[in-house]
Design a protein around this ligand. Sequence first.
Ligand SMILES: [Zn+2]
Length: 680
Amino acid sequence: MMKYILTGAGIASMACFVACNQGQKSTDTQQATPDAVAANVDSTVNPAQDFFDYANGGWIKRNPIPAEYSSWGIGNLVQEELYKRLRTINEKAVENPTDATSKKIAAFWKSGMDSVKINADGIKPIEEELKAIDAAANISQLVQLTAKSHNVSLCSFYIGQDAKNSELMLVQFGQGGIGLPNRDYYFNTDDRTAKIRNAYPAHVAKMLQFTGMDSTTAKKAAAEVVALETILAKSSRKLEALRDPEANYHKMAVTQLNKIAGNVDWVDFIKQQGITKFADTVIVGQPEFFTTLSNTLKSQSLATWKNYAKWHLINSAASTLSDTIANTDFAFYGTLMRGQDKQKPRWKRVLDAEEGAIGEALGQLFAKEFFNAAAKKRYENLVEEIRGELKTRIEHLDWMSDSTKQKALYKLSKITKKVGYPDKWKDFSAMDIKDQSYYENVRAAERWWLNYQIAKLGKPVDRTEWDMTPQTYNAYYNPSNNEIVLPAGIFTVPGKRDEELDDAVVYGYAGASTIGHEITHGFDDEGRQFDAAGNLKSWWTKEDEKKFNDRAAVMVKQFDGYVVVDSLHINGKATLGENIADLGGILLGWEAFKKTEQYKKNEKIAGYTPAQRYFMGYALGWLSHTKKEALAKQLLTDVHSPAKYRVNGPFSDVDAFYEVYGLKPGDGMYRADSTRVRIW
Ligand SMILES: [Zn+2]
C-alpha cells in the first residue's frame, strides 16, 4: 500500500530540507525562487473544469517528457538532484574508499560503469547457468536449478509476516512465472495490448538467439515458451482479485502443497533456496496457480521448459549484460511498453541498481546531512495532528455503530509512525560486492537480500525495520505492523527549503497527499480488514461492513467512469484502496489546515488565498505527465490511478473544494451531491 508504485529501483530522492540549499538563503524575498504552487498554474484553464490541468498545466507545458523517460514530474526533479549527489559519493568512494561500505559502493559502481568489459563479456556472465540448464536430465533437476539459482522464478517466493498472526514470519508462495507484466497482457483484446502481445514472441526469440540459438530454432522455442506462459497466465488472478487478503491466504503444511502441486518436491524446493529450518508451514496465495504450474511441468516437454528457463534467465540479467542485449531488452520493455525513446545514461542506470542493492547505506549518509531534527519534529507533529482529525471524523461518522467506532479508534491510536529515517540501520558487511563482473555484483546483492529474509524465520518480528530507503520519494502503510512509514525524501519540494513552504502547501502536499493518505490506508477496503495488532481479523459488525461496502461501491463506479487513453478506463475495483486513501487524506489535511494561523488570517500569497493554496499544494504532489504507452501499462498493472485522476477524482467528492472554487452544476469537476463518495 504505497503512495506510488515503484517503476524500477530508482524512484528515490533526497531530502532537500536545509543543507542542500545552504548558501542560497536570501534575505530579499523579491529574489526568492518562484512560488511553489503559483508557478505551475495554467491560468487559461478553469479550476472548476479541470483542476489538475489548472494547477499543474503551466509547468507541464514548459517541461516536456525527456526522451529517456516515460513520465516526468516532481518525483523526477527530486531524483535528478539525488543522481548528481550520489554520483559524487560513488566517484569519491572509488578515489578514496574509507571503510568497508564505501569499498562496496566503489566496487559496485566500477563494475557497472565498465562498459568496455561488459561489452567484451557479452553473454559470458550467465554462460555457466545456461550450461547448467542444458545439462538438466529431467524436470526435477530443472526445478531444483531454478530454486537454487534465484534467477529464474517459476512463482513468487518470499519470507513475510503471517497475515493472521503478525508475530510470525513464514515462507510465502504466490503466482508468477510470466514474462509480460501481468495476466491481462496475454488475453486483453484492445489494440495497444494486442500489439505488445503480438510483438512478444519475436522479442523472446531475439533474446534466445543471444544464448546461442540460431534464428529458426529460437523462433520455434519462443512460440512454445509464450504458449507455456499463456497457460500460467490463464491460471493467474487479476489485479483486483489480488487485493482480497482473505481470498489470497491459504496457510498449509508444506506437505499439503505437495498434494496440490505434486510434480514439484516443495520440501526440496525450499531447501534449495537455502532454508533448512522453520519452513514446515507455508502460506500459498493462489493454490490454483500451483496446481496448473505442476500440471504444466508434466504436460510440456523438458526442452520447452529449458527454453523457458533460458529466456527468464537472460530476461532477468539483461540490464547487466552487454549494450546489444540491454538495448534489445529496452526496445521491448522500455520503448514499446512504456514509450521511452531512449535509455537513461549508464551512470543513472547503475545508480538505480545500486539503490536496490545497497540503498540504505547511501541513505544513512543522506539522512545525516539532509533531514535535520527540526524537520523530523515538524512532520512527526503533523502526523499527530492528522491522527487527531481522523479521530474526530470517526467519532462523528453518521453511518457507523458505536461498537465498530470504538475498535476503529483503538486501531487508529495504535498506528506506529516512522518518519524520515530508521533508528537502526541494516548491516551490509556480508554482502559480497567486490572486484567482479557487474552481473555478479547485482546477483551478490540479491543473494544477500534473500539470506536477509531467510534469517528472519523462527525469530521475533523486527518492527523497527524499514522497507524503503530514507531518500525514497514514496511512503507506505504496512497492515501487518499497523504502521505508516514516511521516508525523508517524500517531504521534499524541489528547489525549496522546508522553512520556505507555507502551511497551506505543507498541509496539502505532505499532510494530505502523504500522511493523511497513508493513515487512511489503515481503513481502506483492504486495510480495514486488519486489526490494531496487524492481524487479518474482522472487527466490524455485519451492518457496518455492508454500509462501508455500499459507500465504497460509489467510488468504484466513479473511477470506472474515467476513460484515460483510447478506450481504456481506470479499474475502479483495483484502485479502490488508493482512491479511498487519497480522499481521506484530502479531508484530514483540510481539517488540520483549518486550525492553522495561516488559514485563520486568510492573507493571500502570490495572489492565492490560503484555502486555494491548500488544494494547489495537494495537486503539487501529483505534478507530472506520462506517455500514453506508460499510462496504458499503468491502467493494467498499477493499483494507483493516474496522477490527474488522483487530483480530479477525490476533489470532486470534497465539499470544501466546491465552496473554495464555487463549483456549479455543469462544471467539469461537479458531481451531484448524491453521487459524491462519503466514507471516512
Ligand atoms: Zn497508497
